[in-house]
Design a protein around this ligand. Structure first.
Ligand SMILES: [Ca+2]
Ligand SMILES: [Ca+2]
Ligand SMILES: [Ca+2]
Ligand SMILES: [Zn+2]
Length: 444
């Protein structure tokens, strides 16, 4: 992740003349990851756990993929101030059509994918059903606070000049608005084109945490990033960009759990990040993002596989030109479908048969060290994200430590044992489906 996201550092960089490229524009994934990590310790780890779980789940169901088309109901909110932002219905429909091509690999420009990547390109078997377009006129502006990292989530609130979502568990909400340029002390730093919160297991979090509201789940895209045939150009000094509707494709990729192909890291100034990747085996690691170009000569990291692949600039999760992007890989599709079969299962009405189906819920239970002195660690897998409760009792059955509640997929709890007398204790891990007991020996 972007380790250079330190507001004060950013200001100093600007003031010291290392000014960021004012033409740089991007999606808000890094902003979210860093802002949330600052507000809520453990956020990144939680997102990564859910990512790993989705990958495992999607990989397991890869074989049956061709038989199961997932349809997501889509609600679009057009929140406009200037009439140019109130996009014509034909542009909205064109965007929905583009989503349905790109997620089914029916887009004509798949022909441009270089042949070495043909074996990893995939049809996600995901489609979008537009159920409603809400148009809301507003007097508000939608801005990014670069110092605090706050995003323009007021677009998601009718009371704050935006448009309230339809139930975010049942519908994908896409808000279209003008996102104001990012500035610090009047200095323009760039333009946010869109953002989406990753699936982050909010219901799992402790009360009082500053996780974003479930009402904020969904995708926000600047009105100029909707296409094709959008008459409102984005020109940030290098001429108008060609927009064909790939910003929403990219942001829905994040919404369904994907990370950037270069794996973030490397810093906002474009440092090398060959040491960090996106967790997806079939996207070649790269040293950093593309710059809205289509440079097929790039090979920025040496791959550890037998073949040293070039950078996959055709991938939707890079920042290449929109006319250069045309592909999700099979590994990325595993994750997106794993998210739809897990934390976002209600979108596809498929929670009963997959997400909440009783299986061997709590597995691979480990307690270490055991015998323990001072503390011990409990670890187990909970692939169906069931709520669980851990109690620790003495030989008389009396609870000797506070109960632990959780819902994490890959549970890990370090338990302080201070004050416990030497002896044998019983650890009980219970979900609504299963109870597992283990013996714990305390030897202080
Ligand atoms: Ca990288
Ligand atoms: Ca990769
Ligand atoms: Ca390479
Ligand atoms: Zn992004």
């Amino acid at each position: 992740m972007n380790k250079l996201w330190i507001p004060l550092t950013m200001v100093l960089l600007v003031l010291s003349g290392l000014k960021l490229n004012a033409q740089h524009h991007f999606c808000g994934h890094d902003l979210i990851m860093n802002q949330m990590a600052q507000q809520t310790p453990g956020y990144k780890e939680q997102v990564l756990k859910i990512f790993d779980e989705a990958k495992r789940r999607g990989l397991a169901s890869r074989q049956s993929r061709n038989q199961t088309l997932y349809t997501i109901d889509l609600v679009i909110h057009v929140v406009w101030k200037d009439s140019s932002e109130n996009l014509a219905t034909s542009i909205i429909q064109g965007q929905v059509d583009q989503l349905n091509k790109d997620f089914r690999r029916l887009n004509a420009d798949t022909a441009n994918l270089r042949s070495m990547f043909h074996p990893v390109a995939g049809d996600a078997m995901i489609e979008f059903n537009l159920v409603q377009v809400n148009r809301v006129q507003t007097n508000e502006e939608f801005s990014v606070d670069f110092i605090s990292g706050a995003l323009p989530d007021n677009v998601k609130e009718t009371a704050n000049g935006g448009s309230d979502p339809w139930d975010t568990e049942l519908y994908l909400n896409l808000w279209i608005c003008k996102i104001q340029p990012i500035t610090v002390a009047g200095i323009p730093l760039g333009q946010l084109l869109g953002y989406a919160y990753p699936p982050d297991g909010l219901s799992n979090w402790p009360a009082g945490s500053s996780a974003p509201s479930p009402l904020y789940e969904g995708v926000v895209v600047d009105f100029r990033g909707i296409g094709p045939n959008n008459p409102n150009p984005i020109d940030l000094g290098t001429g108008p960009l060609t927009v064909v509707g790939r910003t929403p494709v990219h942001e829905i990729g994040h919404y369904l759990g994907l990370r950037h192909v270069w794996g973030d890291g490397g810093g906002i100034l474009g440092g090398n990040s060959c040491g960090e990747d996106d967790g997806v085996a079939d996207t070649p690691n790269t040293a950093g993002q593309s710059n809205f170009d289509c440079d097929t000569t790039k090979n920025s990291c040496v791959d550890t596989t037998a073949i040293d692949w070039p950078d996959m600039v055709e991938n939707y999760m890079d920042y290449a030109a929109e006319t250069c992007m045309n592909t999700f890989t099979i590994g990325q599709i595993d994750i997106m479908r794993g998210v739809l079969e897990g934390p976002r299962c209600k979108l596809i009405n498929n929670c009963i048969t997959t997400y909440n189906t009783p299986t061997a819920e709590l597995t691979s239970v480990q307690i270490y060290p055991n015998p323990a002195k001072g503390f011990t660690t409990l670890e187990f897998d909970n692939p169906d994200f069931l709520e669980y409760q851990i109690t620790i009792r003495d030989v008389m059955g009396k609870e000797v430590l506070p109960t632990i509640n959780g819902k994490a997929a890959n549970a890990q709890h370090t338990v302080p044992l201070n004050g416990l007398a030497n002896g044998i204790y019983f650890v009980e891990i219970a979900s609504k489906e299963v109870t597992i007991g283990r013996k714990l020996v305390v030897s202080q």
